[in-house]
Design a protein around this ligand. Structure first.
Ligand SMILES: NC(=O)c1ccc[n+]([C@@H]2O[C@H](COP(=O)([O-])OP(=O)(O)OC[C@H]3O[C@@H](n4cnc5c(N)ncnc54)[C@H](OP(=O)(O)O)[C@@H]3O)[C@@H](O)[C@H]2O)c1
Length: 342
């Protein structure tokens, strides 16, 4: 049965889940609130893969107050023994009588929690704030459905859609706040990927440099089929040892993603440049685009966002759905999904 406050408690659980961003991969973000007589008696979230699940953390915080309580959890409680025991057993042992979950678990190994709880007499409801929960865990749901990493293409562009000036300079198109936000994007993914052209032009570090960033650095991946990075003998910053780095010579984006998936990567931020972003777009392997639009013009000699032969006719243009527009400092940040995508 639905209760009027269910949505509010689920939103609180979603907020808690967010604390795990950047540290839980390859697991999902999960938050949990244990509520007894209209009061939160325990809260928890999944902090890192291999660590306690959100339900176990919230139950520990609630202690004996969990008896007869409701657990709000952003993902159906797991029913399997992985690195930790089944959450269904923990909920039953604690005396939880009602479980409200935002979405069912898409992972067949972990699914079945709702059935187990119902069989034990627990009142189970799934589907509160389901869209919000699926969106929060877009990486996890995407991985479960496709078996490949979720790809976010990020670029800083001028008002006329150029990613660099005619001479190749692009540092810095955007202001300080937008660049800080870009570091936040890096901190939320497992890998940051660029082409050799970007390393040769900009010598980027590709690390997360935001105050208070404590999580491990994402993997740095450079696509370099001709070995130009190693050949130069130069001390490129991506090879400075400050974060794990892999130089890949795979011929196509699909193979690149398969290789990264094998290394445990579930989300990739493709940061450029034009050739690599275009290759991923043309292969239909971009799941989300974040564009930082700077208020300046670079003219037709500037380097375009999309390289190659161009789009012959409007009907053939890659199209996107605008999801969000924010002003960040002096720049506009657009979040888009491929049209027809989620
Ligand atoms: N504004 C921004 O957000 C931003 C971000 C990054 C870069 N940039 C600018 O972009 C420019 C560099 O862009 P770019 O297009 O020259 O370089 P790029 O896309 O970074 O790298 C291109 C190189 O990547 C290698 N590569 C490997 N696999 C590939 C594949 N499947 N498809 C295409 N290339 C592949 C190719 O070299 P091999 O054949 O040797 O493998 C290719 O020459 C610079 O001016 C930089 O400042 C701007």
């Amino acid at each position: 049965m639905e209760h009027p406050a269910d949505l509010d408690w689920m939103r609180r659980a979603l907020e808690l889940a967010e604390h795990g961003r950047g540290t839980v991969s390859p697991n999902p973000l999960v938050g949990c609130v244990v509520v007894c007589e209209g009061r939160a008696v325990g809260e928890g979230w999944h902090r890192r893969a291999g660590g306690p699940h959100a339900e176990v953390a919230a139950l520990a915080a609630a202690g004996t107050a969990a008896r007869g309580a409701t657990a709000f959890v952003t993902l159906e409680p797991c029913d399997h023994t992985g690195r930790t025991g089944p959450c269904t057993s923990a909920l039953l042992a604690a005396g939880i009588v009602r479980v409200v979950a935002a979405v069912a678990d898409p992972d067949p190994r972990a699914a079945g929690g709702a059935d187990t709880l119902r069989a034990a007499g627990v009142d189970v409801r799934i589907g509160i704030a389901g869209d919000e929960a699926r969106r929060q865990n877009e990486v996890f749901f995407h991985g479960a459905a496709t078996g490949r990493p979720f790809v976010v293409a990020k670029a800083a562009v001028s008002l006329d859609g150029r990613i660099a000036a005619a001479d190749g300079t692009s540092q810095w198109l955007t202001g300080r706040e937008a660049r800080l936000a870009a570091h936040g994007l890096r901190g939320a993914v497992d890998a940051v990927l660029v082409g050799s052209g970007t390393v040769l032009a900009d010598d980027p570090r590709l690390t997360v440099r935001v105050p208070g960033h404590a999580a491990p650095q994402p993997l740095r991946a450079v696509l370099d089929r001709r070995g130009r990075i190693a050949a130069g003998g130069r001390a490129w910053r991506v090879l400075d040892g400050s974060a794990p780095t892999v130089v890949l010579d795979e011929p196509d984006p699909k193979a690149v993603l398969a290789a990264l998936w094998e290394r445990g990567v579930r989300s990739v931020l493709v940061e450029g440049g034009a050739a690599v972003v275009s290759a991923f777009l043309q292969a239909g392997l971009v799941d989300k685009v974040v564009l930082h639009v700077a208020p300046l013009l670079l003219g037709e000699q500037g380097r375009p966002f999309l390289s190659g032969d161009g789009i012959a006719t409007l009907a053939g243009a890659p199209a996107f759905r605008l999801d969000r527009v924010e002003q960040v400092g002096t720049d506009a940040v657009l979040t888009l999904y491929p049209a027809g995508g989620r």
